[in-house]
Design a protein around this ligand. Structure first.
Ligand code: ADP
Ligand code: MG
Length: 694
């Protein structure tokens, strides 16, 4: 018997050329082969006598080959293989195109099964390019007469070959079912061998649905178990319990120039309650752009400072880090808080808000190590470089939704050197659909800012067809004359950043020399050095630029209250969530703002999708839609997650996600180390090695 883990390389029966091709498809072991799941099935189950093969239908006929020969079409471009098949009811012709080798496989006199469409030419019906199979005395057919698996497009490996090889090896492999029996019975799952068999060779649609369900279940179950167990381990790590100082918080909150929304109050309360515990907080603060996440995080940091602990505050870019530095310095002026900013090359420290002094990186590092700095703000450099904190109790991560379980530890451990783990608060404006929140992000508690501060003007969103381009430019010119500023986002070019940069540069040139001649334009893209980028953003912020032409790099949290128009070129190329994020860049000040979606696409689907953005009241709705339209992999960059396709697909299935979470939770309670389930334990260890969630 072969093991599922047997490498394809060690199976001489599979030809070398195929082994190489399989390698290309990422199929390295027998397991990978068996888990190469069909993308769909042909329905060849309509088996009929030849005289009942009706034009236009897909049928299976079974009979004997009377004649078979190759001919050439009159243009001599194509080889036709023509055969006559006979059963008790009659005869029919079958024609194959450009497969001359068939006459070696299907010989005169053999009994065959043929499945395909009945077509019509030269006064006769015939089977066009049917799938074929020599019947001999086979009981079960593989390629015809039933549901027949079709595999995802493959590097020169045909679906026929996959069916053949999978069937051949199926009986040679010892399948060991690692899912505990109780789980199988509770959730009515097929045993593993049956699931594998039925997913490749189903007899009914029920067969393959059950099979898929079982295979998705096991992958999601492993993921859930893994995540829940990590979470359990994490909770056992000591952290710093900071008792909640209610009067302090109240005093600070009343000193603010605005009233907090109820959602903000609740989030603050949830965060402080977590921080009062000995176990490390692991909370995600989720809220639309402009919902006021920064103030919530600031209060958490202030709270830590009063207990004499430090906070590390990470932003995804230097511009944002600086923005946070300025904002926190302002908000916390008069609170006796010292704030540091650490970027790639420079450092800054602000004491008491207003007295901002330019300083060296070295000073900031020193101030962080000796505890003089209460809040250190920076990019990821904060954890990657050798920054040591005296006593950090809180780590805040802004706009970084792509991190999961295994990064959790890395986020804070290097800098403490002590055995305590700081509390972690991450913030994102990218809404996470429920199924993902329960899986990939399953180790996080979530606080939701589902309410906007009062008095915000709604952003007017319009889909602009090509014919309206001129009018739109005129409108923009009017806005600029009124003193406002404009974002123009160039289309996303996924294949190449270089092309994207070129496109943006061209658009910048075009606009500067034609319609917006005489205005001040700026250009921003991914190839511009961080320092230069920052200079451009600062110019824009200080109103030295009227129109900022940019690629998607402008996406996250930049605050330009004077900008009122977000014009997006090639809007159909962006995901809804991303468009939503772009739109959030405007409408941050007192002026009426606009989001203009340019598209050349006339496709109805595109318009329906963009309309969703026009109508959407919140980002969560959009994220759910995105998930349905594009699939989780593309949105969350989990393509490289190592999660099998079948698991990725089932991330959209809330019911399955809930079931697997429940099953994993129960087992975790009973036997966290899986000592009574050695097979599952082994499986989980393998699983751990293959996944790397971002
Ligand atoms: P985001 O959630 O996008 O990070 P910010 O924290 O940057 O949002 O807040 C956007 C703006 O709203 C900031 O200028 C902030 O001072 C302001 N703000 C935050 N909370 C409130 C509130 N409750 N009422 C009015 N304005 C608020
Ligand atoms: Mg923000």
């Amino acid at each position: 018997m072969l093991k599922l883990e047997t490498p394809i390389d060690q199976i001489p029966r599979i030809q070398l050329t195929y082994r190489k091709k399989l390698q290309k498809l990422g199929i390295k072991t027998l397991k990978d082969l068996f888990y190469h799941i069909p993308s769909r099935y042909y329905d060849f189950s309509n088996i009929v006598p030849i005289n009942k093969a009706l034009l236009g239908e897909i049928v299976t006929v079974q009979g004997t080959i009377l004649e078979i020969e190759n001919t050439r079409t009159w243009k001599k471009r194509m080889v036709l293989t023509e055969a006559i098949v006979e059963d008790e009811s009659g005869t029919i012709k079958a024609i194959w195109f450009n497969q001359p080798y068939l006459i070696r496989n299907i010989r005169k006199g053999t009994r065959v099964s043929l499945s395909g469409k009945v077509d019509f030419a030269y006064d006769n019906t015939f089977l066009s390019n049917p799938a074929y199979e020599v019947m001999g005395n086979k009981k079960e057919l593989t390629h015809t007469a039933g549901l027949v698996a079709v595999y995802p497009e493959t590097a020169g490996v045909s679906s026929r070959w996959f069916r053949y090889i999978i069937k051949a090896f199926f009986s040679l492999v010892a399948f060991k079912d690692f899912l505990p029996e109780t789980i199988q019975t509770t959730y009515k799952l097929l045993p593993l061998p049956a699931a594998i068999k039925n997913v490749h060779f189903p007899r009914s649609s029920e067969d393959y649905e059950n099979a898929r369900n079982r295979l998705s279940f096991e992958e999601l179950f492993l993921l859930q178990f893994f995540i829940l167990r990590e979470r359990l381990h994490l909770k056992k790590e000591p952290s710093i319990a900071i008792p909640t100082d209610i009067p302090l918080i109240k005093k600070f909150v009343t000193s603010l120039s605005f009233t907090l929304t109820n959602a903000q109050r609740l989030a603050i309360w949830e965060i402080l309650r977590d921080m009062a515990k000995q176990e490390p907080m692991n909370r995600l603060l989720e809220g639309d752009v402009g919902s006021g996440k920064t103030i919530v995080a600031t209060i958490a940091a202030l709270h830590a400072k009063h207990a004499r602990y430090q906070t590390a505050f990470m932003a995804p870019t230097e511009i944002l880090a600086e923005q946070h530095f300025n904002e926190l310095s302002k908000i916390l002026a008069g609170e006796g808080v010292t704030i540091g900013l650490l970027t790639g090359s420079t450092g800054k420290i602000s004491y008491q808000g207003s007295a901002t002094k330019k300083q060296k990186r070295k000073d900031v590092l020193e101030g962080t190590a000796n505890g003089e700095i209460d809040i250190l703000i920076g990019t990821h450099a904060l954890i990657q470089k050798k920054v040591t904190f005296k006593n950090v109790a809180l780590v805040i991560v802004d706009e970084q939704h792509r991190f999961g379980v295994d990064q959790r530890a890395r986020l804070s451990r290097p800098q403490t050197k002590k055995s305590v783990l700081p509390h972690l608060l991450s913030m994102t404006a990218t809404p996470i659909p429920r199924t993902l929140a329960l899986t990939i992000y399953g180790d996080l508690d979530i606080s939701l800012l589902n309410e906007m501060p009062k008095g915000r003007k709604e952003i007017i969103t319009r889909i602009v067809p090509p014919a309206k381009r001129k009018d739109t430019y005129q409108f923009i010119a009017k806005e600029i004359k009124a003193g406002r500023q404009i974002f123009i986002i160039c289309p996303l070019i996924e294949e190449s950043e270089k092309l994207e940069v070129t496109a943006a540069a061209k658009e910048y040139e075009r606009l500067s020399h034609t319609i917006f001649q005489g205005y001040r334009l700026g250009l921003l893209h991914g190839r511009i050095k961080p320092k230069e980028k920052e200079r451009i953003m600062r110019d824009f912020k200080e109103k030295n630029i009227d129109i900022l032409v940019s690629t998607s790099v402008v996406e996250v949290g930049i605050d330009i209250p004077n900008a009122t128009v977000m014009l997006i070129e090639g809007a159909e190329r962006f995901g809804l969530s991303q468009l939503y994020q772009f739109r959030g860049r405007v409408g941050r000040g007192e002026y009426q703002s606009y989001c203009l979606l340019f598209t050349d696409s006339a496709s109805r689907q595109t318009h329906a999708r963009l309309k969703a953005l026009v109508e959407a009241k919140n980002g969560f709705e959009l994220a759910e839609r995105d998930l349905k339209i594009r699939g989780p992999g593309e949105i969350y960059g989990t393509r490289q997650s190592g999660l099998p396709d079948i698991a990725m697909k089932s991330l959209g299935n809330l019911n399955l996600v809930k079931q697997t979470r429940e099953a994993a939770g129960k087992l975790l309670e009973k036997d966290p180390e899986l000592t009574s389930y050695p097979l599952l334990q082994e499986k989980l260890n393998q699983f751990k090695k293959t996944i790397h969630l971002e």
